[in-house]
Ligand binder design. Sequence first.
Ligand code: UDP
Length: 315
Amino acid sequence: MSVRKKRILVTGGAGFLGSHLCDRLIADDSFVLCLDNYFSGSKNNVKHLLGNPNFQIIEHDITLPIHVEVDEIYHLACPASPVHYQSDPVRTVKTNVHGTINILGLAKRLKARVLQASTSEVYGDPEIHPQPESYFGRVNPIGPRACYDEGKRCAETLFFDYQRQHGLAIKVARIFNTFGPRMQPDDGRVVSNFIVQALKNRPITIYGDGSQTRSFCYVSDLIEGLVALMQTPADFLGPVNLGNPGEFTMRELAEQVITLTASKSTLSYHPLPEDDPVQRRPDISLAMQALGWKPTIPLSDGLIQTIPYFQKVLR
Ligand code: UDP
């Protein structure tokens, strides 16, 4: 007797994280429905899956309702790079609020388990370091990052209200900076910018004095964390931080990238964007305890795996 395959919806499935998640779920013998409007995602990221009988792609904007039949939903759809999410801030809010309501409505009708890809941005520019899930954050509600930060905070609110009001089976992950192959070269984020600049021997653009910190998680580690979270018992809802606690200044990152690419680039300093967080590092105690998960790939190893991808893309 054949067992019916699990059907899983990945919103934002053609994005950087979404496409890696589609790969991982298909490798696990699930049927994946990949939904994307290609605002920041790209069909290129999933072209190797086109024609796979366990993969279907639907072009759709989640700000409009959709009905499909699935057992589980990973809700990733939303541009995540400051350059992208600030290019049309009203649309970013609509994606996070209207879009999330549509996806939660779908999960409610289907009685499907639904996971929200939330973000370390809910902590804003944090005064508590490293950031535990219990920290409520310090977000400027009217600044240029607010469309994303407050949008994602509202999405978390909606998840927990649907859980309390309608008994939805929810999971909320707070994803810290993640990098790896399939980031777009013009994505605007620091890892992609620095690698592209280093490979072209162009100046490395450091915003501010480069003393601000971030913690970078390699994509395969992050994907394992998302899958582990989805599989936790029903009473574990999160939010739970997923990220690599290794913390680096942007100057340190630039130096590592220059060394690993054997680049002739020099550093060039530019104004710090408004509301740019000064420091960021996840406290991952909860993830380690509840998910039995921790990242395994340090920044330098991840960069060594990512640089050849950019070399190929730039060729
Ligand atoms: N950054 C930088 N140069 C760049 C791009 C970004 O110095 O070319 C800095 C940015 O100001 C921030 C950090 O790198 O302090 C991480 O930026 P990113 O946009 O990757 O992510 P986020 O700010 O959302 O963590």
